[in-house]
Ligand binder design. Structure first.
Ligand code: FES
Length: 186
């Protein structure tokens, strides 16, 4: 038994070693850096996962358009649907997401997407009548958006509207083309 010899070679307390202090400091820096890095990655990841439910392009998003007073009674008026567009990584301000035909009837407003349900060309006003017309393949629609002729498989796609603070709000949405049913797409 040599208890005295064993105590003679014992090491000093770890905290007294300056190299150990430096290593601890480096470990702390690495931990903080890692946490910051993870946070930086987590923000866009969460944003990406959440974005579709926040009403991004095609998810039924309410957009303010023009004052109700500016719309003439019963006459179609084309308006751009402009809003901020956000994806997982970027935010673009004031992007034209689409357009709508608005028709005021008293205090209410009807709206239709300007995208033709056939193959997606832009629907215009009919030159020789009160309705709408798609020049790509000659689809005609009446003033209420109902299909009259041509290859469009359905009526114009109606959009929801409401008046808020004197402005016409339109629920922007995209729909599948070429199908008889009106199906929203993301
Ligand atoms: S895209 Fe409109 S009729 Fe074909």
């Amino acid at each position: 038994m040599f208890p005295a010899a064993a105590s003679a070679v014992s090491c000093p307390p770890v905290a007294d070693d300056p190299r150990t202090d430096r290593r601890g400091l480096l470990r702390a820096f690495a931990a903080v850096g890692g946490a910051v890095g993870c946070g930086a990655l987590a923000v866009p990841t969460v944003r990406f996962l959440v974005a579709p439910t926040q009403g991004g392009a095609g998810a039924g998003r309410w957009i303010r358009t023009v004052p109700l007073d500016s719309l003439p009674e019963g006459e179609p008026r084309r308006v751009s649907l402009v809003a901020d567009h956000r994806d997982a990584w970027t935010l673009e301000k004031d992007v034209e997401l689409g357009a709508a035909w608005l028709v005021r009837r008293g205090d209410g407003v009807s709206a239709w997407s300007t995208v033709c349900p056939h193959l997606g060309c832009a629907v215009d006003r009919a030159s020789g009548g009160p309705g709408f017309y798609c020049p790509c393949h000659d689809s005609g629609f009446d003033p209420d958006g109902r299909r009259l002729n041509g290859p469009s498989p359905r009526d114009l796609d109606a959009l929801e509207t409401r008046v808020e603070d004197g402005y016409v709000m339109v629920e922007f949405q995209r729909f599948r083309q070429g199908t008889p049913e009106k199906e929203p797409v993301a």
